[in-house]
Design a protein around this ligand. Structure first.
Ligand code: DGL
Length: 269
């Protein structure tokens, strides 16, 4: 592998743009190719087998694009397909997920504490976070709860309003999430409601947005493999979606922080 090769980032749709944004901010010299599988979103409601088959197909595309690293920028896909994708890709590219950087952070910061986590049904019910955190043997009491309404609520642009305040309050007041010291936003959409969640907790609970942790982990991994790009790439990041709609296009700005050009790539035809 060479330093000049691109980083491939994929998600079920546009949520992973929050992760792509953190990666481009930390590593502005890297070339980025993003693929959002908008034809199949939401992954959070899909079976493990379905998510795995989508992930392999997307990886083939990113490998064809000569990516040196494939980042699964979706918690649901990281939970369902990371081991499979890693085995499938083998030595052709590095493969990373959005779960391990959070687990590494928890090892350092959450010893003996109570950690809350919210995400999609696919993520929470997979038990992957629970297994990995238990495997740390760090006395962390993980309280994970699916919050399936949140991703579609955010996609519809419902945040910082009365609807989002009450949905968030309803979920966070659930007894499963009481007594936590910190809350992990284990879904790529949730950074958009981070402020509201912090307001709900009145800053008594630390709210963890994994995107910056993930970007740092990507940097460390590339550095370790001597694959960090030294000279800034000339091309702008390229963004592909498997099904284009105007509504996705409009949402991209909110998730990425600036306007992006979306190209449709019919991977399933
Ligand atoms: N990107 C997904 C995740 O992080 C959320 C959206 C979906 O369900 O597809 O889990």
């Amino acid at each position: 592998m060479r330093q000049e090769q691109p980083i491939g980032i994929f998600d079920s749709g546009i949520g992973g743009l929050t992760v792509a944004s953190a990666v481009t901010q930390l590593l502005p010299e890297e070339e980025i190719i993003y693929f959002g599988d908008t034809a199949h979103l939401p992954y959070g409601e899909k079976s493990t087998a379905a998510i795995q088959s989508y992930a392999i197909k997307i990886c083939n595309l990113l490998l064809e694009q000569d990516c040196k690293l494939i980042l699964i920028a979706c918690n649901s896909a990281s939970a369902a397909a990371y081991d499979l994708v890693k085995a499938y890709v083998g030595s052709r590219a590095l493969v990373m997920n959005v779960i391990d950087p959070v687990v590494d952070w928890a090892r350092e910061e959450m010893k003996g504490k109570v950690l809350g986590l919210i995400g999609t049904k696919a993520t929470v019910n997979s038990g992957v976070y629970q297994q990995k955190v238990a495997g740390l043997n760090a006395g962390i009491d993980l309280k994970a709860m699916p919050t399936p309404l949140l991703a579609s609520m955010i996609e519809e642009g419902f945040y910082q309003n009365g609807v989002s305040h009450s949905v968030i309050a309803q979920y966070l007041s659930d007894k499963q999430l009481q007594g936590i010291d910190a809350l992990v936003l284990a879904c790529t959409h949730y950074p958009l409601i981070r402020l509201e969640i912090e307001e709900y907790y009145q800053n008594q609970v630390r709210v963890v947005d994994p995107s910056a942790l993930v970007a740092k982990a990507v940097q460390a991994r590339l550095m370790l493999s001597n694959l960090l790009r030294k000279t800034k790439v000339k091309e702008e990041p390229r963004f592909f979606v498997s099904d284009f709609t105007e509504s996705f296009l409009h949402s991209t700005t909110r998730f990425f922080g600036r306007e992006v050009h979306l190209t449709e790539y019919k991977l399933w035809e």
